[in-house]
Write a protein that binds this ligand. Structure first.
Ligand SMILES: Nc1nc2c(ncn2[C@@H]2O[C@H](COP(=O)(O)OP(=O)(O)OP(=O)(O)O)[C@@H](O)[C@H]2O)c(=O)[nH]1
Ligand SMILES: [Mg+2]
Length: 297
């Protein structure tokens, strides 16, 4: 007789305004860098799945772009749409906020969950930043009253605090059934995507102001048939003066971005990587829905 395991498996979406720490939590739970993280809002631009697997349980954690209210450009609109569309077929939603900070954008993000049928858990992140813990309780109380939450979990995604509680709360709400992903797979994204995101992460980290939001990365060549793996990436910017900023004086900035991205990829792929970068201008691409979609969003 064949042996059947009692397993649970389901989908959990992380939702919240930009910068609350959704991607950090996905990475911490999965134990791998699935989704890029930067101190700047609107870092995540795609629906990215990170897979948590243990013997009897698999949770597909769906990272989403932060929901924002300043939906001025076509890119902004597409990001919000991506986040909301990610809620289809979800078993549980984690609504994430920052401890002690409730903003209009949090309220707007929560409002978008009004018609969601799945249970919604409240995750209060960055509790490590609250020095006086007595301030935490009234904050948790006031946010919990804003809708019916299945549970409340104060955590620090960055410091790894109380993450067991998240797994436990998610685990009990996952339907019984076979795993959705092979148990050695930790993301639904391929290396090509990961390479593009790694370049975008360094670009966002090293360049100030609004430039990173108007930059996209496209992989033009990805050849892993030999060592080193050969990757050619194009950084698309929306204005001519942005191109000069990305390249930097004497090409210094582009070199810095390339070096940091390459080192990251080498340690992740555990092999040598030959990464080449180009910068090209596509005028005002963030304002054109066709260009936004064309560049992979
Ligand atoms: N102090 C502290 N910082 C955190 C914690 N979790 C995340 N951060 C920081 O918060 C910033 C934003 O984190 P992300 O994970 O990129 O946030 P996000 O919600 O995915 O943001 P978007 O993708 O823009 O929607 C980064 O600088 C993180 O290092 C935490 O528990 N404590
Ligand atoms: Mg993110």
């Amino acid at each position: 007789m064949s042996e059947t395991r009692d397993t649970r498996s389901g989908m959990v979406a992380l939702v919240g305004r930009p910068n609350v720490g959704k991607s950090t939590l996905v990475n911490a739970l999965v134990g791998e860098k699935v989704s890029i993280v930067t101190p700047k809002p609107q870092t995540t631009r795609h629906r990215i799945i990170g897979v948590y697997t243990r013997e009897d349980l698999q949770i597909a954690l769906v990272d989403t772009p932060g929901l924002h209210t300043t939906a001025k450009s076509a890119l902004n609109r597409v990001l919000n749409e991506t986040a909301v569309a990610s809620l289809a077929g979800i078993d549980l939603v984690l609504f994430m906020v920052e401890a002690g900070r409730w903003r209009d954008e949090d309220a707007a993000a929560l409002a978008r969950l009004a018609r969601v049928e799945a249970p919604v858990g409240l995750v209060i992140n960055k509790v490590d930043r609250v020095a006086d813990k007595t301030e935490l309780l009234p904050f948790i109380q006031s946010v919990s009253e804003k809708r019916e939450f299945a549970f409340v979990a104060p955590i620090s995604a960055q410091k790894g605090r109380n993450l067991d509680a998240i797994i436990a709360e998610c685990g009990t709400r996952m339907p019984a059934g076979p795993f959705l992903f092979p148990d050695d797979e930790y993301t639904d994204r391929n290396l090509r995507f990961i390479a593009a995101e790694t370049v975008r992460e360094k670009l966002t980290l090293f360049l100030q102001q609004e430039l990173p939001y108007s930059a996209a990365v496209e992989i033009e060549r990805f050849d892993s048939s030999d060592v080193p793996i050969e990757i050619h990436a194009c950084i698309w910017v929306s204005r001519e003066n942005h191109k000069a900023m990305v390249i930097g004086r004497g090409g210094q900035m582009l070199k810095k971005i390339g070096r940091a991205a390459r080192l990251d990829l080498v340690s992740r792929l555990d092999t040598r990587v030959d990464l080449r970068l180009w910068v090209k201008v596509r005028e005002n691409w963030i304002d054109s829905e066709a260009s936004v979609r064309d560049l992979g969003h």
